[in-house]
Design a protein around this ligand. Structure first.
Ligand SMILES: [Zn+2]
Length: 294
């Protein structure tokens, strides 16, 4: 009798564990990649995939375009996903017209979209893409692309229509990120200022910048402006989360980057954030990174 009881307890254990698991099916995320001037892109795709899967909120697929030219076979089924993360970069060839249209419909109809680092270099001539990312750089972007966007000292959004190139960065450094909106689900609970691991600080990004909300900035050593580091864009019914951070693997190992990516992706997918700020989140005077274990 005693043995039977023990066996029953062992059998029941997995059921007890399952009480703590998320009740709903995980959401589906898709990372798109394949062409990026950052040669580390296959690794950063895997890093972002594991960061998202670590939350237990997502299962993550990857769709990779052919390495050169427009890939006629690049036709991800966007509609089965809750959110798409872009890891394309500078110089990426346009997608087939039907794929671009399908993606515009996906986001416009309420899909989530996440833009990381050089993804805002991609596709300077794709009008809808530029509306989705809000602001971008390089690829011939200039005053015809839209205003420069940054904040003043008080955090008010400035739209600067002066002429000039779009996209620049100084030498990589460990820079403070200043949270400008402490009520938004993505940034709520973050320290007002936190130190980001070594990265490029993009400056002079410009674009349509419609329906754009800046949540955090960093002061550029080049422009002396408070450049957007965490921001959102509304595109149709869709939510876009954009961070220009994330140049290299050491940049993406920053707990600030990881948490921002996880929360931004959940927000893009659902409009809400349930992921907590972890105990090892960086502070104003302390960097915090997690070595990525392949
Ligand atoms: Zn870079």
């Amino acid at each position: 009798m005693k043995h039977i009881f023990l066996a029953a307890a062992v059998l029941a254990a997995p059921l007890l564990f399952s009480v703590n698991a998320p009740a709903a099916e995980p959401m589906r995320a898709l990372i798109v990649d394949g062409q990026n001037n950052h040669k580390v892109w296959p690794k950063t795709t895997q890093m972002m995939k594991s960061y998202l899967e670590d939350t237990k909120l997502f299962t993550v697929d990857v769709a990779t375009a052919a390495p050169r030219g427009s890939d006629p076979n690049f036709k991800p089924e966007f509609g089965i996903y809750d959110v798409v993360v872009c890891n394309f970069g500078h110089g990426a060839a346009r997608w087939p017209a039907e794929t671009e249209k399908a993606f515009e419909n996906f986001v416009g109809d309420g899909g989530g979209f996440v833009v990381v680092h050089a993804a805002d270099n991609s596709f300077p001539d794709w009008t809808a893409y530029n509306e989705m990312i809000g602001i971008g750089g390089w690829g011939g972007r200039n005053e015809k692309s839209g205003p420069y966007v940054y904040t003043n000292n008080e955090g008010d959004l400035i739209r600067d229509t002066s002429a000039g190139r779009g996209g620049n960065h100084g030498k990589q450094w460990e820079f403070p990120v200043v949270v400008r909106d402490r009520e938004h689900p993505i940034t709520r609970g973050m320290p007002v200022e936190w130190l980001h691991a070594q990265d490029e600080l993009y400056d002079q990004l410009r674009g349509p910048a419609l329906n754009m909300q800046i949540l955090a900035t960093a002061e550029s050593q080049v422009t002396k402006r408070h450049e957007p580091m965490i921001f959102t864009v509304k595109y149709g019914k869709g939510r876009v989360f954009h961070t220009p951070m994330g140049h290299a693997e050491y940049s993406q190992e920053c707990v600030g980057f990881i948490t921002t990516l996880q929360r931004g992706t959940e927000w893009a997918a659902t409009g809400k954030v349930s992921i907590a700020i972890p105990d090892d989140f960086p502070t104003a005077d302390r960097l915090s990174s997690r070595k990525y274990d392949e």
